[in-house]
Design a binder for this molecule. Structure first.
Ligand code: SF4
Ligand code: SF4
Length: 468
């Protein structure tokens, strides 16, 4: 994602003015919040995983246009569009309505985790899915034992067992070691090796209570590589990675150790090993759905009726080793658009891929903060709305309000004032960046490895300048 030291690619002034006006108008309407930017962005005794697994016969309805991918080994037909259950509506009825639409249109992969929705989403997911016969859906959940208090075997095991109760199932279709990478291989040892938890999960797979075992990756690529280097021992059934046309070659860490690796590296490594990829952040927390006007016009020139989000989903879905693409759909219009995109998926042409690669190169020069608004860093003990502040900042960059011109520029004071007023309108006093006490509690929780307190200081500095 963007680097603050990059030179900003200045656009046509007229276009910038228009974008700034639309930014301020949106903010003026009070609609700007992290929630506004979240694009509303994976299911008795079973056979051994080392034997051929039988596919569930009814999970893929035949009368829908949805594109399906066949899971290696089991032959299960998985919908290429998966329902990410991280950000759900508050009302169970609303969740039910979305899930009913999804299942009616062939979506059959539902992904949740113990930590989603403040610890409530597994339960909500279990409540909604249990209205359907078990063979109608595949459910994925994770061992979210990132907190050191959950490292002891009994605590991690309790988390695993709780997922069964909350999801109201007696087997889990896809089970993941959640968010490996932060803290590198040492963290893997603490969470899964030294406490015996991975050995336990491997036995659970043999017993059939876990049908497919995998992991999701963010952060230090050494952990990703370590688990794949030992694939002969673990036989990963799938791996969940962050992949979109921007992170393909412009991930924060490139191929360096210690930082998020380019999706191109991750995907190619999995493909070589014959391990299918489940994709998260296909439109980068909504950032690729809400693109700058000059980017949008390049896309519209080729496909006038397609949303930027549809471009992002089509690009990801065009990769054959992708099992399913997760989208956190918490609004019906997003659900409908996404279902239409995948029913069936129209793969990107070579020319379209070239266009998106060029656009990614342009976007990599934008000085945005690489926040996907996942909210893993929340809550902040001092009340800072971390994703909300970063979403506000990124929107201002997208709309060319930022970066501000040199302080000697004639419109400097006016633009700075407009930015600060919009910020004060959008972010309540008690949630602003200046509440950050640099306590560091959020740092280890961010899968994008953002130096959150440093960035908060930058945001504070932007608002301070107005008083000079
Ligand atoms: S470092 Fe700042 S933003 Fe992060 S948890 Fe502490 S006070 Fe909140
Ligand atoms: S954890 Fe990182 S990416 Fe997620 S909302 Fe917080 S700052 Fe953004």
């Amino acid at each position: 994602m963007g680097n603050f030291n990059c030179e900003y690619n200045m656009q046509d002034n007229k276009q910038q003015d228009m974008n700034r006006r639309s930014f301020l108008k949106r903010v003026g309407l009070g609609s700007f919040s992290a929630a506004a930017l979240m694009l509303a962005e994976p299911f008795g005794a079973m056979a051994s995983p080392f034997e051929e697994k039988k596919a569930k016969k009814e999970a893929a309805p035949e009368s829908v246009a949805m594109t399906y991918r066949t899971q290696n080994g089991s032959g299960e037909k998985i919908s290429l569009l998966g329902f990410g259950m991280m950000r759900l509506p508050r009302e169970q009825e609303e969740v039910d309505r979305l899930v009913d639409y999804a299942i009616a249109h062939g979506v059959n992969y539902f992904d949740t985790a113990p930590m989603y929705g403040g610890g409530h989403n597994e339960e909500v997911t279990g409540r909604t899915l249990s209205r359907y016969p078990r063979e109608k859906y595949y459910v994925a959940t994770k061992l979210s034992n990132q907190n050191p208090q959950t490292w002891p075997f009994e605590k991690s095991k309790a988390m695993y067992e709780s997922s069964f109760r909350k999801l109201r199932v007696d087997y889990i279709d896809y089970y993941l070691l959640h968010a490996i990478g932060g803290g590198g291989v040492d963290n893997l040892r603490n969470r899964f090796f030294d406490n015996g938890m991975l050995d336990f999960l491997l036995k659970e797979r043999e017993a059939g209570r876990i049908r497919h075992l995998g992991f999701s990756y963010h952060g230090d690529v050494s952990a990703f590589d370590y688990l794949l280097d030992h694939n002969d021992k673990y036989h990963w059934d799938f791996v969940q990675i962050q992949m979109n046309y921007l992170d393909w070659r412009h991930a924060r860490g490139g191929k360096r150790r210690g930082g998020d690796a380019d999706a191109e590296y991750l995907y190619n490594r999995l493909e070589k090993l014959g391990i299918q990829a489940v994709i998260m952040e296909p439109i980068r927390g909504g950032g690729l759905a809400n693109v700058a006007e000059d980017i949008n016009s390049q896309l519209r020139a080729v496909r006038p009726d397609d949303s930027p989000a549809r471009w992002g989903f089509r690009w990801v879905g065009s990769h054959e080793n992708v099992l399913t693409v997760l989208s956190g759909m918490n609004r019906m219009d997003h659900m409908e658009d996404n279902v239409a995109t995948f029913s069936p998926l129209e793969p990107c042409t070579a020319k379209e891929n070239e266009l998106l690669a060029r656009i990614a190169d342009q976007m990599a020069g934008f000085p945005t903060i690489g926040c996907t608004t996942c909210a893993y860093c929340m809550p902040c003990p001092y009340g800072v709305d971390i994703p909300g502040n970063f979403a506000f900042y990124n929107q201002a960059v997208t709309d060319k309000v930022l970066p501000l011109p040199e302080s000697t520029a004639p419109d400097y004071a006016e633009r700075q004032k407009a930015y600060v007023e919009a910020y004060q309108k959008a972010i309540p006093l008690e949630k602003r960046a200046n509440r950050c006490q640099d306590c560091g509690e959020c740092l280890s929780k961010c899968p994008q490895l953002i130096r959150i307190p440093n960035q908060m200081s930058r945001l504070v500095e932007l608002t301070r300048k107005v008083r000079r």
